[in-house]
Design a protein around this ligand. Structure first.
Ligand SMILES: CC(C)(COP(=O)(O)OP(=O)(O)OC[C@H]1O[C@@H](n2cnc3c(N)ncnc32)[C@H](O)[C@@H]1OP(=O)(O)O)[C@@H](O)C(=O)NCCC(=O)NCCS
Length: 287
């Protein structure tokens, strides 16, 4: 177990074999979702990468370097889902140079699926800081539909809808953060559902579902501060779950910061359970 609590030992790597293929046994349509952090991270992380496209990417020794505008951690960090071997220190140096060349702080997205196994320790030894501790949570579509039975659906919207855009930007950490998220959503080439709740002609809540192979993931869940605790976010979630059911997608996932108590309570109420933790490891580096 590493300092930040992630298990990094993956089957195969110990013997120097290549990284294992995604493990599918945890996502069968009928069984319970197994609380196996490593297996779920290996399964889900490629979907999380695909569903949230950075503006620019580069491949470095099996890692995917993602560059956007510097706000969303996921789209401005290294996704280290594979490691082809070689000197780890040299490869970290190369990644750091690439981020500095983009005027971005070097950042790594560390999940239990991060490779190589000693990456987290190597980053800590370079005084990287683990920030934004978060969780990936999963749910069966059927369970969410059962929990939220009777909840009215939201409207179908579009990324270009001004009401949707205002909710996303207004509910984000900053205008830059909100705009970066809208740009990312606009780049998604996968099937997606953009939803909006309108109450008395006022847009009050939104969210997006993105479909990858076998999963639908949820993004930009926002309820207007004046209209919270009225069940509007539940309407967004049930709408995405109904869309998943219509497409025979049995599994949902989302990402939430551990410190976001309202969102975690919402997702637990909807039937989501924690699958695995992740953090952003940020270089202690002055521009
Ligand atoms: C998280 C958020 C989307 C919830 O929206 P909402 O419309 O208020 O949620 P709902 O009214 O549908 O809440 C449904 C359930 O979630 C839980 N919940 C929601 N907010 C809660 C809070 N502040 N405290 C405790 N439980 C909460 C409750 O179980 C609630 O049911 P109840 O009101 O019958 O007790 C909203 O707080 C928000 O926009 N936050 C800022 C953006 C954000 O953090 N988004 C999530 C990113 S992962």
């Amino acid at each position: 177990m590493s300092r930040s609590g992630f298990e990094h030992e993956g089957p195969g790597e110990r013997e120097g074999r290549p990284n294992p293929p995604p493990i599918r046994r945890t996502v069968t349509d009928t069984g319970p979702l197994v609380a196996d952090a490593l297996a779920l991270a290996c399964e889900i992380e490629p979907h999380a990468v695909a569903a949230w496209p950075a503006r620019e990417t580069a491949v470095l020794g099996g890692w995917l370097l993602r560059f956007t505008d510097g706000s969303s951690h996921r789209s401005n960090s290294v996704a280290p889902l594979n490691f082809l071997g070689g000197d780890l220190g040299t490869q970290i140096d190369q990644a750091e140079r690439a981020y500095r060349a983009h005027d971005l702080r070097p950042m790594f997205h560390i999940t239990p699926a991060a490779r190589p196994m000693d990456l987290e320790q190597a980053l800590l030894a370079r005084a990287y800081q683990a920030v934004s501790p978060s969780q990936v949570c999963v749910a069966r579509t059927a369970k969410v539909l059962q929990r939220l039975a009777g909840t009215p659906s939201a409207f179908k919207s579009a990324i270009t809808d001004r009401r949707f855009r205002d909710l996303v930007v207004g509910g984000s950490r900053s205008a830059l953060d909100g705009r970066e998220r809208l740009d990312i959503l606009g780049r998604i080439a996968l099937p997606l559902l953009c939803t909006l709740v309108v109450e008395d002609d006022t847009p009050v809540a939104c969210g997006v579902g993105v479909r990858t192979d076998g999963w639908i993931s949820l993004y930009v869940m926002r309820s207007h501060p004046d209209h919270r605790r009225r069940g509007f976010a539940k309407r967004v979630i049930v709408t995405i779950a109904r869309w998943a059911q219509a497409q025979h997608v049995a599994n949902l996932f989302l990402q939430v910061e551990k410190g976001n108590a309202p969102a975690r309570a919402l997702y637990a109420a909807a039937g989501f359970v924690p699958a695995y933790p992740y953090c952003s490891f940020v270089a202690n580096y002055q521009r």
